[in-house]
Design a binder for this molecule. Structure first.
Ligand code: UDP
Length: 314
């Protein structure tokens, strides 16, 4: 029986590796493409024995060759944490622009359905709250975060153009803050920083006064929402995230409590253009995809802390 073939760019990353795994479990063939600048082979090494899985180490800003039929393409390649895209600003811009162009070209050639991993960062430092898909955003194009925000905004525009002018079947997911196993310990984001600091008994570095908010979604919920979007026929962007909003200081306190750590919270300078609030309006996802997040934050954090404990050898 024919097994549909999925290509995941950025497939060795946090979200990409969960997508690869989930599609293999559902009986798809999966080709994972990653240049490993922020991806990690440890995220996919358990899949190497699977005859339906193939890994290609490759930079998708160059022409992408994939032999045979391809049915679905998930374009997830990109540095995605603020620390990573400050470290790799040009690569971030290139993979969002040139990489999206190549991945869309592959979708056009293979008549595959294409899904773009976009982001809540397209809303920038938002002036409306919660953020609904109709909001156009408040982005500083020349700030240090602009490399990611503008790359993703360009990627969305290119995706819509391939849909309108080449008839490629496209989907756009705007991903809000997500956490879970396989986040890189040193990716610089709040959750991995706080967990590794708490486990090591080091100070917890809250940036600014910690009153900025984020809404945390557990990875399995996000992956399910993205799969449903791919299998739907929705072309317009859809927010996927958990509206469970709290301040960064509250996140830090909860992690200290759940790890049983004696770490104390310290307050460091706030990075440039750090959004003050963020919460997804998921009305569209609920209506179109019949999707809502299922995993509560505490349960998700306990799983993630367990993963970090093992990874760090505590
Ligand atoms: N943050 C923090 N301490 C850290 C890392 C991040 O207080 O060690 C803050 C950061 O300034 C932001 C929020 O936590 O306000 C979420 O940051 P993250 O890097 O996780 O992702 P973002 O939502 O900004 O893309």
């Amino acid at each position: 029986m024919y097994k549909p073939h999925v290509v995941v760019t950025g497939g060795a990353g946090f979200l990409g590796s969960h997508l690869c795994e989930m599609h293999l479990e559902k009986g798809f063939r999966v080709t994972c493409v990653d240049n490993l600048i922020t991806g990690d082979l440890n995220n996919i090494s358990h899949l190497f024995g699977n005859e339906n899985f193939k890994f290609i180490k490759y930079d998708v800003t160059e022409f992408i060759h994939v032999p045979g039929r391809v049915d679905y393409i998930y374009h997830f390649a990109s540095p995605a944490s603020p620390v990573d895209y400050l470290k790799f600003p040009i690569q971030t811009l290139k993979v969002g622009s040139l990489g999206t162009h190549k991945a869309l070209g592959l979708a056009k050639e293979k008549k595959a359905v294409f899904l773009l991993a976009s982001t809540s960062e397209v809303y920038g430092d938002p002036l409306i709250h919660p953020q609904q898909e109709e909001y156009w955003g408040n982005v500083n194009p020349v700030g240090t975060r602009g490399v990611y925000d503008e790359a993703k905004r360009f990627a969305e525009a290119l995706t819509m153009a391939y849909n309108r002018y080449h008839g490629v079947q496209t989907r756009i997911v705007r991903i809000f803050n997500t956490f879970g196993p396989r986040m890189r310990v040193n990716d610089g984001r709040a959750v991995p920083n706080f967990i590794s600091q708490a486990l090591a008994g080091n100070d917890i570095t809250v940036y600014g006064d910690g009153q900025q908010t984020r809404s945390l979604c557990y990875v399995s919920d996000l992956i399910e929402g993205i799969f449903r979007l791919m299998m739907s026929s929705e072309v317009n962007p859809v927010n996927i995230g958990n509206p469970d909003e709290l301040t960064v200081e509250e996140i830090a306190k909860e992690i200290v409590e759940l790890t049983g750590s004696k770490s104390k919270i310290i307050y460091n300078p706030l990075p440039e253009d750090d959004p003050k609030v963020r919460q997804p309006d998921i009305t569209r996802a609920k209506e179109i995809l019949k999707w809502t997040p299922q995993v509560n934050r505490k349960e998700g954090l306990i799983n993630t802390i367990e993963y970090f404990r093992k990874k760090l050898g505590y």
